[in-house]
Design a protein around this ligand. Sequence first.
Ligand code: MN
Length: 282
Amino acid sequence: MPDFLDILPQYKDYKAAKFIVVPVPHEATTTYGQGTKRGPEAILHASQHLEEFDQELNFETYKKMPVHTTAPCSLNQLSAVIDKILNANKIAAVLGGEHSITPPVVRAYGKKYSQLSVLQLDAHADLRDTFKGSLNNHACVMRRVLEVCPAVQVGVRSLSAEEWDYAQKSGQDRRIHWADRLSVTTQIVEALSSDVYITIDVDVLDPAVVPAVGTPEPGGLFWPQVLTILRNVCAAKNVVGFDVVELSPRRDDIASDFTVAKMVYKLMGYIAAGQISQPQGL
Ligand SMILES: [Mn+2]
């Protein structure tokens, strides 16, 4: 697999790097369209073709915050890899792979940050306690995350009766921002704590934008909405890490791969802009 971005070695050096990209080509519990294990490689390939200058932010993000890419990482290795990144005061950018890679990452973050909350962008609530006999199914991700810290869910447009019942009983329903009722981002930002981990299931985007996902749900968010949410959260909060999961690359659809790679780089740019305006940083 190539590294994230086609940049000079001096900007990819581990010691100098602020972002550590961790490819996790893990797929065990997908139920419908498969192929998310090829997601990390597709994102890294597409990233070779990104324009490195961000015209909105007026800088080359990787020169502000250099970007190192690790070797592909298995689910078993993931906690240890994240611990190492956090001990070095760097920011993990985890590329899935299916969404079930998120809970071990959030558990590692929860040990370091006592004021952690999670922002989830996803078409699905992922609030099942178990699915197909497993606690670690990709349909149970946010239930596991809520065992660690609070979470705000954005773009949801599909969940089961059992999940809705749980959301209402636990009060989590007040932190769900439905895709068809999204208005301003103020409430999203206000519901988050000071240190924020972001998990993006790329099916949050409308299938017209990113069709290459396992379960394409209509009625999703469009590119400018996702960028507005990410920009506002990064401006107001200390974003300490993120993952981007569930791309299922397809032949003849390079637009999905490129869009997801660009979203990763835009998010890095917003984090870099936020760190510059908050000089104490991490
Ligand atoms: Mn998900």
